[in-house]
Design a protein around this ligand. Structure first.
Ligand code: F6R
Length: 242
């Protein structure tokens, strides 16, 4: 089932995303959440923090698994996804640090780090809700367009377009890591529910392609069409062709 929610303002967009996550935690406080970084969820995390401060939601029994991490960035690097999650969400809520998981970007053997993350996910069971942003090239997590996709967590060479899009967070494009560890398409599709969020005119074309175009490895997000429970939250600009 594909449920598309078109929101009317930035606030409404963030509240809608946060509301879906908060309702899940209210009905299942032990929920397992799959989380994303990037600019799209920042406001959603802000709203979740507000809901937590109001006493409407608790993360005390929740567990989280992030989609991805850059290879080569230590956890305390300003642009590491671990640091992003700590600063944008985890440090402001009552989640137990040991219940938050982000792949390690600094293992001497990145392949082993990907395998360790895969094992961790297998042991966790099924993610209840996987939050996703959407790359301009159709990537989800860091599953980049190509001839084939991988199911489990793996190492990926980042697309130049992705590095360019993320260069805004670094001093220069040279500083953007070339590789990352990401959950695979299989890990993502294994979640019980997927919450895909996209905002802005620049996402209109890719989200229409993801949800209505032919399923192809050239646009990894098209595989979301094979999932039975996807909620899509867009703003008016991103949703104009939906
Ligand atoms: C982030 C991630 C990426 C982003 C995507 C969109 O953990 O896996 O797939 O969701 O690149 O990024 P923003 O939200 O910055 O447009």
């Amino acid at each position: 089932m594909l449920n598309i929610i078109k929101t009317s303002s930035e606030d409404h967009f963030n509240e809608t995303g946060a509301g879906i996550i908060a309702s899940l935690l209210q009905s299942n406080p032990r929920a397992i959440l799959g989380l994303a970084t990037g600019s799209t969820p920042v406001g959603v995390y802000g709203k979740l923090i507000e809901l937590y401060r109001k006493g409407s939601v608790s993360f005390k029994q929740a567990t989280t698994y992030n989609l991805d991490e850059y290879i080569g960035l230590p956890a305390d690097h300003p642009e590491s996804y671990r640091r992003f999650m700590d600063e944008k969400l985890f440090n402001h809520i009552d989640i137990l640090p040991e219940n938050t998981h982000v792949p390690s970007g600094v293992e001497a053997d990145p392949q082993k780090a990907a395998e360790d993350y895969s094992r961790l996910l297998d042991e966790a069971g099924q993610i209840d809700l996987q939050l996703l942003g959407l790359g301009h090239n159709g990537h989800i997590g860091f599953n980049e367009p190509g001839e084939e996709l991988q199911g489990p967590p793996h190492i990926v060479k980042l697309d130049e377009r992705t590095r360019l899009a993320n260069a805004r967070f670094f001093n220069s494009i040279e500083e953007v890591p070339t590789h990352a560890i990401t959950m695979g398409i299989g890990s993502i599709l294994h979640a019980k529910q997927i919450l895909l969020m996209a905002k802005g005119e620049d996402k209109a074309e890719v989200i229409a392609r993801a949800l209505k175009g032919p399923i192809t490895t050239k646009c990894p997000a098209t595989f979301l069409q094979t999932h039975s429970n996807v909620v899509v939250v867009v703003d008016q600009a991103a949703g104009k062709w939906l």
